[in-house]
Design a protein around this ligand. Structure first.
Ligand code: ATP
Ligand code: MG
Length: 151
């Protein structure tokens, strides 16, 4: 289905704010309000984005900060989800998209999960002809960059 980007992301922001309401998290959103039509499966795509945003909460440190940013380019649309959490070591960075993969080195602690969230997100984004990349540094944070074509 087609959704207007500003309307869609304003809903995402509202839902995410509600879901973290009782947590001490600084959440910032910077949207390029362009009224772009995005062709997405709303349910699947939203679930994929939430998996990534929930990870930003789960793998945060004290004083959590999460930034959501959108960028409109000529033929592509970028969504950036940035956190200041525990980060992901370089050698793990491609493995985290594998089914059931979880990082167990370092201080990975009592955080529970199946290791399916990013596998799912990657599959859904690929189904939208998009891609997902990340930049991450242990103890600094992680940014996931999702690119989808504007079609
Ligand atoms: P779930 O299936 O409940 O999502 P999960 O969170 O463990 O479980 P994924 O979301 O697929 O699984 O993430 C895989 C692994 O990647 C995590 O276990 C964690 O080690 C690492 N990871 C994911 N996102 C982040 C992040 N924002 N910061 C640090 N590590 C992360
Ligand atoms: Mg997860």
């Amino acid at each position: 289905e087609k959704v207007k980007d500003d309307q869609y992301f304003n809903e995402i922001i509202e839902d995410f704010r509600l879901s973290v309401k009782n947590k001490d998290i600084e959440f910032n959103a910077v949207l390029e309000l362009e009224e772009v039509d995005l062709t997405i499966d709303k349910f699947l795509f939203t679930t994929a984005l939430f998996n990534i945003m929930e990870n930003a909460v789960k793998y945060g440190r004290e004083k959590k900060e999460i930034n959501l940013k959108t960028e409109r380019n000529k033929n592509t649309y970028k969504i950036l989800i940035q956190d200041n959490g525990i980060g992901i070591p370089e050698k793990e960075q491609q493995k985290i998209f594998e089914k059931f993969y979880r990082v167990t080195t370092g201080d990975v602690h009592e955080v529970k999960g199946l290791g399916l969230g990013l596998f799912y997100a990657n599959q859904v984004i690929k189904a939208h002809l998009g891609s997902i990349e990340l930049e991450s540094k242990p103890n600094v944070g992680t940014t996931f960059i999702i690119t989808i074509p504007i079609i």
